[in-house]
Design a protein around this ligand. Structure first.
Ligand SMILES: [Fe+2]
Ligand SMILES: [Fe+2]
Length: 193
């Protein structure tokens, strides 16, 4: 039958598209988790830093703030709206959005402060604690709750990559692989090279 072959091809292309979308969703999640790891590492580094070295502290705080703002925008404008319908409990996204609002409040406060301000270090530390809690819930409940929802994940991945690159360039941030190279010697962060 002439129709049999067509049907088979259609079915096959559906499977391919589905696998490609699953791979795209994996890429999205991997990239977001990589952001989480990098930011959590920055907060740990801050704890060990000499607080008297204000310029070093400020450089780390500013870079972390930029990374957080980009990550938050990607989630708020693209990722969360896309996955909301894929989750059985949409309240998780509401909760995550409210938590993001608290991050923005603390980030705005930090931007208005000088590193010499008594609360500069405390504000950044509290931000780190909130982020740690948020990341735990995001990875443990939201990322795992998406399951195998059928969606155009490739399109979302491409949109997120495009916005990420645009924002990184605006913030003057190096690509993630270069940033990772910088942080490969956590035990010798005070060494000049
Ligand atoms: Fe996140
Ligand atoms: Fe988030």
């Amino acid at each position: 039958m002439p129709g049999t072959r067509t049907e088979s091809n259609t079915s096959s292309s559906h499977r391919t598209a589905s696998r490609a979308d699953t791979a795209a969703l994996d890429e999205i999640i991997d990239q977001l988790k990589e952001d989480h790891r990098r930011v959590k590492k920055a907060f740990r580094e801050f704890e060990k830093m000499d607080q008297q070295d204000e310029s070093a502290c400020e450089a780390l705080v500013q870079r972390t703030i930029s990374e957080l703002e980009i990550h938050a925008e990607l989630e708020e404008d693209l990722f969360y709206p896309a996955i909301r319908s894929a989750l059985s409990d949409e309240g998780l996204i509401d909760e995550a959005e409210v938590e993001h609002m608290t991050f923005h409040v603390l980030i705005d406060q930090l931007k208005k402060m000088e590193p010499s301000d008594d609360r500069y270090s405390a504000t950044f530390t509290v931000l780190g604690e909130y982020i740690k809690h948020h990341v735990k819930e995001e990875e443990g409940e939201i990322f795992t709750g998406i399951g195998r929802a059928r969606m155009n994940w490739r399109s979302l991945r491409d949109d997120m990559q495009q916005l990420r690159q645009q924002r990184m360039s605006e913030h003057g941030l190096a690509p993630a692989d270069a940033a990772e190279g910088e942080g490969q010697n956590p035990s010798s962060s005070d060494a000049p090279h």
